[in-house]
Design a protein around this ligand. Structure first.
Ligand SMILES: CC(=O)N[C@H]1[C@@H](OP(=O)(O)OP(=O)(O)OC[C@H]2O[C@@H](n3ccc(=O)[nH]c3=O)[C@H](O)[C@@H]2O)O[C@H](CO)[C@@H](O)[C@@H]1O
Length: 367
């Protein structure tokens, strides 16, 4: 087949839907330098900052509310859905897209609907169990569904016949040499090279419980000689960290260059968002996972296979206290051998070629 000339990528809401879209867009551009890439987003999602910052064309289409349960009537009736789908259809026509690839989030639904009406190829990329509501709706229009992780095939009936491609990850992350980047990353954050670094991130929007528990353990961590690099996360209130600590505790609101955080870190403390898990494992980063306790336990499902393979620890949100941190994280962060073994196990679960594998799947769809 010839080169792809124009694609529409749909996905929005939080980072978990947007970063894989961007990583896939980068892969498209690598293979087809002249390709036209158009992304569809909703008015309020993080796509409004992340996609233009990455240099891609973002078209915002009208928002609509999607119910938590699936109902096909919804697609026939409400005006707002029609309006959104009509806007998506107009853009698909304008750019003469050959395929729509959706990553989930409400904005994907009008894109799927518009593409289905035009009888165009549709490809869905899904990273969670159970699959998100937008992608579940999209699955009524296409059988071309790709997933990020092996457990999804076993645990979700709707994904049983999906193609396992992995998660498209940014090459700034998958392509980095962690030890080589470490000195620069430590310098960037004002961290010392002689003490371990705990990297704390609650995902793209941050996590209040994690923020408060780690901040409350700041003194104990510092006196044990553990430095902290703490990403607060966009949607979270600031928290207090004592300013007389003997070792650095660096708080940053959000990291656009997430690879610098990974490069500086010896151990990660994080939620279990699918893209976070894909990144920590791709990098062989030992991690303590604190899954978000709601959303159908999807984050526990993401983290469990890594933990079972020895690549990290799992702790319930309600159990993450300063005492737990003192008794579990402090000894781990100081144990280089254990960290190295965990990192090796995590790397055994991780993969770095999700972008290329998804591209292969999309090319099959258009051929
Ligand atoms: C509470 C909730 O429902 N979370 C969901 C959401 O998580 P969320 O949107 O937090 O997404 P993930 O944890 O999967 O990924 C976060 C992404 O943001 C990046 N990042 C994060 C912080 C930062 O400062 N800079 C930065 O670049 C990470 O490198 C990663 O690429 O989407 C995921 C993927 O659908 C789901 O599995 C999660 O369950």
């Amino acid at each position: 087949m010839g080169p792809l000339r124009s694609v529409v990528l749909a996905g929005g809401g939080t980072g978990g839907h947007i970063y894989p879209l961007l990583a896939f867009a980068d892969a498209l551009r690598r293979h087809f330098p002249d390709i036209r890439i158009t992304t569809l987003g909703s008015p309020k999602g993080m796509e409004n900052t992340l996609i233009p910052a990455a240099g891609y064309d973002l078209r915002v289409i009208p928002a609509f509310q999607l119910p938590r349960s699936l109902n096909l009537d919804l697609l026939r009736t409400p005006d707002r859905m029609y309006k959104s789908a009509a806007a998506a259809a107009e853009i698909i026509d304008e750019v003469r897209a050959e395929v729509v690839v959706g990553f989930g989030g409400y904005v994907s639904v009008p894109a799927y609907l518009a593409a289905w009406r035009k009888e165009m190829p549709i490809v869905i990329h899904e990273v969670n169990v159970p699959p998100g509501v937008a992608n579940r709706m999209g699955m009524k229009f296409t059988k071309r569904v790709a997933v990020g992780f092996p457990h999804q095939l076993e645990q979700a009936e709707a994904l049983r016949n999906a193609r396992l491609v992995g998660v498209p990850l940014r090459t700034a992350i998958t392509g980095m040499d962690r030890p080589a980047l470490r000195p620069q990353a430590l310098y960037h954050f004002g961290l010392r090279p002689d003490l371990p670094v705990l990297f704390v991130s609650g995902g793209s929007s941050g996590a209040r419980t994690i923020n408060l528990a780690v901040a409350a353990a700041a003194k104990r961590l510092a006196h044990a000689g553990i430095q902290v690099l703490h990403v607060q996360g966009g949607r979270n209130d600031p928290f207090e960290v004592p300013n007389d600590l003997p070792v650095p505790y660096v708080v940053v609101p959000y990291l656009s260059d997430m690879q610098l955080g990974y490069a500086a870190a010896d151990l990660m403390l994080c939620r279990g968002g699918a893209i976070t898990v894909a990144e920590t494992t791709a990098l062989g980063m030992p991690a303590v996972y604190v899954p978000y306790p709601f959303s159908n336990q999807e984050q526990r499902r993401n983290a469990l296979p890594v933990v079972e393979s020895g690549g990290g620890l799992l702790v319930d949100n309600s159990e993450l206290t300063p005492d737990w941190i003192e008794h579990n994280i402090i000894p781990l962060a100081r144990d280089r051998q254990r960290l190295a073994a965990m990192g090796t196990a995590a790397a055994g679960y991780g993969r770095r070629d999700g972008d290329e594998q998804l591209l292969r799947f999309v090319l099959e769809a258009v051929s």
